[in-house]
Design a protein around this ligand. Structure first.
Ligand SMILES: NC(=O)c1ccc[n+]([C@@H]2O[C@H](COP(=O)([O-])OP(=O)(O)OC[C@H]3O[C@@H](n4cnc5c(N)ncnc54)[C@H](OP(=O)(O)O)[C@@H]3O)[C@@H](O)[C@H]2O)c1
Length: 342
């Protein structure tokens, strides 16, 4: 049986990663329709990626025959309205990160999908890196003892002394606080936060953050240091930044008996390695070939087929919004923020 996909917001990420991931996903996946504000762009994207049709009317795209799920890749502030409309049309939704900019929007998305009996997934592709899956398995098996401390960093890179790499300018919405909602935290910090929750299998109770933004003069931060306290007391550090020379971009969990480090895995590109160190030996596993986005698409389809929640689910997306809101509140006020329900 085929699984029909549609995409709303056909910018850089769907073009480079997600449309190819859908096309390469298991045989049932088919990209059927895409939607842009511009019919010409929609048609060109549809032809390039083998979709049946390009629309400039979102409701019309939702009526395209055979569409089972919508991948939402519009500007961050529009995720909620696109998700809720898709849910009301009976479509499952895989929504890119951040799932929404406000807790109210996130809750409305979860509620709309639940009310329509469709699944809501959040695009946290790092959950689909085999190094991270193995770290989670080892932590849950007790192999490193009791986890005591963790770190996750994702900074976008420059070439250091060689100067910044040539890159196309981002579209204007990325600089509009109302549409993007935050700077480095929204770009990569949310991935670090979700990955730490995934690896540790625990919830965040308290958040403290310092950023170089969250002020009237500079609403969008370029750098954020966010400390998370997890259930049981473990402290984890998130570092998110833009334009850092040769960033390391690792995720590390220390236990009472051993350390696990995913080196160079915090990325859109596949690769890196898992280092396991117990004070006596150090073992390395390198990852050479794979596509986290393809694995995410396949896992979403499987979850829908089996009627279970996707990994990451809408609830995971909502939890991440709660944590980022708390981080921005902390950065603005200089105080620690306790999460409700903690
Ligand atoms: N999970 C990941 O690894 C990852 C990586 C990168 C990005 N993302 C997420 O994916 C989403 C899309 O990112 P992107 O890099 O593809 O963005 P982008 O290249 O800027 O594209 C966004 C698209 O949204 C459409 N759009 C609709 N309403 C708009 C408006 N009011 N202003 C501007 N554009 C509007 C535009 O298409 P038309 O002009 O054709 O309508 C535009 O091409 C974001 O939520 C981002 O956070 C996730």
């Amino acid at each position: 049986m085929s699984f029909g996909w549609a995409i709303v917001g056909i910018g850089r990420h769907p073009d480079l990663r997600m449309a190819p991931a859908i096309r390469q996903a298991d045989a049932s996946a088919r990209l059927l329709a895409v939607c842009s504000r511009d019919a010409g762009r929609a048609g060109a994207f549809a032809r390039k990626h083998g979709a049946e049709a390009g629309y400039d009317d979102y409701q019309a795209m939702l009526r395209h025959p055979g569409v089972d799920a919508v991948y939402v890749a519009s500007p961050n502030a529009l995720h909620a309205e696109h998700t809720i409309a898709a849910a009301r049309a009976g479509k499952h939704v895989l929504c890119d990160k951040p799932m929404a900019l406000t807790i109210a929007d996130g809750r409305a998305m979860v509620d709309a999908c639940r009310a329509s009996g469709v699944k809501l997934g959040a695009c946290f592709h790092l959950r689909h890196h085999p190094a991270h899956k193995e770290m989670r398995r080892l932590i849950q098996s007790g192999r490193i003892g009791e986890p005591t401390m963790a770190e996750a960093q994702w900074a976008s890179g420059t070439r250091g002394l060689a100067g910044p790499p040539p890159r196309p300018a981002l579209q204007g919405w990325w600089e509009d606080p109302d549409l993007v909602g935050g700077g480095a935290t929204m770009a990569s910090g949310v991935h670090c936060i979700d990955l730490l929750r995934f690896l540790l299998g625990k919830e965040v109770t308290d958040v403290v953050a310092l950023t170089d933004g969250q002020t009237e003069a500079r609403p969008l931060e370029q750098r954020a240091g966010i400390t998370l306290r997890f259930q049981g007391g473990l402290l984890a550090q998130v570092s998110a930044a833009r334009m850092v020379p040769d960033p390391r971009n690792d995720a590390v969990v220390y236990g009472t008996n051993a350390r696990l480090s995913a080196l160079g895995t915090m990325s859109m590109a596949f690769g890196g390695e898992l280092e396991q160190a117990d004070g006596v030996t150090v073992a390395h596993t390198r990852y050479l070939k794979g596509d986290m986005y393809q694995s995410m698409v396949e896992a979403f389809q499987e979850a829908v087929g089996q009627g279970r929640e996707p990994d990451a689910s809408g609830q995971d997306g909502l939890r991440c919004i709660e944590i980022t809101r708390a981080a921005f509140e902390s950065a603005r006020t200089g105080r620690a923020v306790r999460l409700s329900g903690a």
